[in-house]
Every structure is written in structure tokens, then in C-alpha cells.
Design a protein around this ligand. Structure first.
Ligand code: PLP
Length: 393
């Protein structure tokens, strides 16, 4: 049997830990176990009916062919028009590249901008794929830890301390996966000013911006005066409960958009055509959008409050999420004998209590686990009860 040896391109690549948890939970379910899956990073609501109906209509009308690599013009125009409302100057459609999910938009950006030996500051804990995408681009992710009492949000001084002459960029994610932290306008203004002074690129992942509990989360578009060295990525997976449609996009300067389009032309070409039409519909009905998001937010608020109450009662160390839909919980101190207590806890919780959460090691926070409350209220409550019980063992 020929054995497979991965190339140097992927030799160091780690499987996505968030996806691995879901796979294990699904396998256990298939084997007949009752599993509460709080590992998933996707809203549990169905995609709104007005969007599904538009997708059906588009397919019936022949939206089944290739499109321009960077996406259909009306969708890029709509995205540009919405982004322009947040930005000092108007954004044009040729600054928008539509991709197969926000993940691809991030990949396009990191792969086009960073290369061998470039250092990129990653406020940590952060979403698992940033580190791996940077590694694929042969760049070095530099972990910058914020303070626990600031929900891990980093400050200018943290970035200054981590910077070297090789620093080329900064990845921001507000609201954050996994902590739910949201940067204030003032905080973001300071970080963007520093990046501007230093000539760093800023990649701002704003996929959770619609899910913010203490007023609207600020977009980097509202702060950056120019998009010369800024790429904002966003998508519909969370805000419109459309994870499986695989649509995300980037907003950047025209020349950056051109480079990312060239890259995408050799990887996936255009994002799926029916999905592009579905997203055009999603972004074109403000009344339906508002109604859906109000309903989704009400559900998230209830679950967040109920989960937090149980964890606080048990005196667990939990980050109060200002956005997104995760509870980030500390489950133990790392020691030389037990360097990743979060991984051990998550494995035990799944096998013994039948509850799936994601080990914090996936986010470079080995003492923590992430619990997603994008599940029914009953499941969230039962899952949190099991976490509390497991914390006592
Ligand atoms: N960025 C963050 C912070 C995420 O949590 C996720 C998905 O979980 C993504 C990007 C990927 O989004 P998409 O499904 O649009 O590729």
C-alpha cells in the first residue's frame, strides 16, 4: 500500500478543532448516544424563508452558470452600498470580492498580502483558522494576549510590545470568536491609529457584527479613513443563518481586490451562483432582515442570560460575551503534567456527560473551553448544567 506523506505545504497544518468536535459528536449520535452539541459555530435557526424563496426563483430562472470570479455585479453593488453607509467615502463595487464563505475571503487576504517570514499580530484567544491560514501563507502568527479582566481585548501597549521590524499586519475580530468580546469605538480607533502609523495591514473579520448585545458593534470601516492597507471581511453565515450557502466577501482597495480576484480565479472561481442570488435577496429586504435578526437576537439573549446565570451561581470563571454566541469558560490551571486542561475537560464532557464543547487549545487558550449557545434553550441549559457538574468532579 503506498503511504501518503503530506507535502511541506500542509505538513504542519492542524485539523480544524471546531469541526473535529462536531464530527465526533455526530459520530456518537449516529451510534445511538444522545448528544447535546454545543460545539457548533452556526446559528441553529433555519435560513429565513424570503431568502430561500429567492434562491428557488433564481435557479428556476437559470442562475446555474459561472459568474465573474469576483461575483455578480448586483450583489457586489449591494455590498458596496451597505458598506458605504459605514465609511467616510463611498465604496465601489470593484472594491468587493465575493467568495466561498468568509473563510475564503480571509484566505484570499492573508495569502495575497503576507508571505514568508512576515509577522502578523493575532489578538488571542482567536478563531482557530487565523493561525493556520497564516501558516499556509508561510507567515508567522504572533500571539498577543489581552488581559482576562478586559475579556482578552488587547490594547495599543500589548501590540507595541509584540511588534518587531518584521511585523506586517494585525488581524481583528470584533465581536470575537471565541470570547464574545467587542471592542469599543475608542479602542478600535487607537488600534487602527497604531497600525496606520506603523504601516501595518489590518484585516478585520466582522462576521459577528450583527450579533452584539450592548448596542451596535463598530466596524473598522467607520474608523479607517482609507482602505489602502485595510481589508474588511464579512459574510452571511451568522447574521442571516446561512452557513451552508457559503458566501462571504472582502472590502478593500481596488488593487487589493484585483489581486485577491486573481488568486481566487485559480482556486475556486466564483462562489456558487445560486447562493450569490440568495445573498442578494438577503441584503435587499431591510424589513425582513430586521425582523429575522430581532428574533434571532431575542433567542440568543435568553440563552446567554440563562447560561451565564447558571455559571455564575456555580462561581465559574466565564467571560461575559458582549457579542457572538459563545460562553468562554475557564476549566482549570495548566500545569506541566496537564498542559491543556480544556482539552481533557472537553473530551471527558463529551464521553461521560454527552455534551460537546470546543477545547480552548483550538484558540490558543488551553485552560478554557468554548460553549456555543446556538442551540435550543433546553439544550443550552442542560449543557451548562453538565458543564457545572463536570467542573465539580
Ligand atoms: N470568522 C470567524 C471568526 C468565524 O467564527 C467563522 C466561522 O465560524 C468564519 C470566519 C467563517 O465563516 P464562513 O462560514 O462565512 O466561512
Amino acid at each position: 500500500m503506498p503511504s501518503f506523506a503530506p507535502s511541506t505545504n500542509i505538513a504542519e497544518l492542524r485539523e480544524s478543532a471546531t469541526i473535529a468536535v462536531s464530527v465526533r459528536a455526530k459520530a456518537m449520535r449516529a451510534a445511538g448516544r444522545t448528544i447535546i452539541d454545543l460545539g457548533a459555530g452556526e446559528p441553529d435557526m433555519p435560513t429565513p424563508a424570503y431568502i430561500i424563496a429567492a434562491a428557488h426563483r433564481a435557479i428556476d430562472h437559470g442562475a446555474t452558470r459561472y459568474t465573474m470570479v469576483e461575483g455578480i455585479a448586483p450583489l457586489r453593488e449591494r455590498i458596496a452600498e451597505r458598506a458605504s453607509r459605514s465609511h467616510a467615502s463611498s465604496i465601489a463595487a470593484n472594491q468587493v470580492v465575493v467568495s466561498t464563505g468568509t473563510k475564503q475571503a480571509l484566505f484570499n487576504a492573508c495569502f495575497s498580502i503576507f508571505g514568508q517570514g512576515d509577522e502578523v499580530l493575532v489578538p488571542t484567544p482567536a478563531w482557530t483558522s487565523y493561525y493556520e491560514i497564516l501558516a499556509l501563507a508561510r507567515a508567522n502568527a504572533v500571539i498577543v494576549r489581552g488581559a482576562r479582566n478586559r475579556s482578552f481585548r488587547v490594547m495599543v501597549k500589548d501590540l507595541r510590545e509584540a511588534a518587531t521590524p518584521r511585523t506586517r499586519g494585525l488581524i481583528l475580530n470584533s465581536p470575537s470568536n471565541p470570547t464574545g468580546a467587542v471592542y469599543s469605538r475608542d479602542e478600535l480607533t487607537d488600534l487602527i491609529a497604531l497600525a496606520h502609523d506603523k504601516g501595518w495591514w489590518v484585516i478585520s473579520d466582522e462576521i459577528y457584527r450583527a450579533i452584539s448585545y450592548e448596542g451596535p458593534a463598530t466596524s473598522v470601516l467607520e474608523i479607517a479613513s482609507s482602505l489602502d492597507r485595510v481589508v474588511v471581511v464579512d459574510g452571511v453565515a451568522k447574521a442571516f443563518a446561512m452557513p451552508g450557502w457559503r458566501i462571504g466577501w472582502s472590502i478593500s482597495s481596488v488593487s487589493t481586490a484585483r489581486s485577491m480576484t486573481a488568486l481566487q480565479s485559480h482556486t475556486t472561481s466564483n462562489a456558487a451562483t445560486p447562493s450569490q442570488h440568495a445573498v442578494l435577496a438577503a441584503l435587499s429586504d431591510p424589513v425582513a432582515e430586521k425582523a429575522f435578526q430581532a428574533e434571532m437576537m431575542a433567542a440568543f439573549r435568553r440563552r446567554r442570560a440563562a447560561g451565564l446565570a447558571l455559571l455564575r451561581e456555580a462561581r465559574a470563571d466565564v467571560v461575559e460575551p458582549a457579542g457572538a454566541f459563545y460562553l468562554f469558560i475557564r476549566v482549570g490551571p495548566a500545569t506541566p503534567n496537564d498542559p491543556a486542561p480544556g482539552s481533557r475537560f472537553a473530551a471527558r464532557l463529551l464521553e461521560t456527560n454527552g455534551v460537546a464543547v470546543v477545547p480552548g487549545a483550538a484558540f490558543h487558550a488551553p485552560e478554557w473551553v468554548r460553549l456555543s449557545y446556538a442551540a435550543s434553550e433546553d439544550e443550552v441549559l442542560e449543557g451548562v448544567r453538565q458543564v457545572v457538574a463536570a467542573l465539580r468532579v
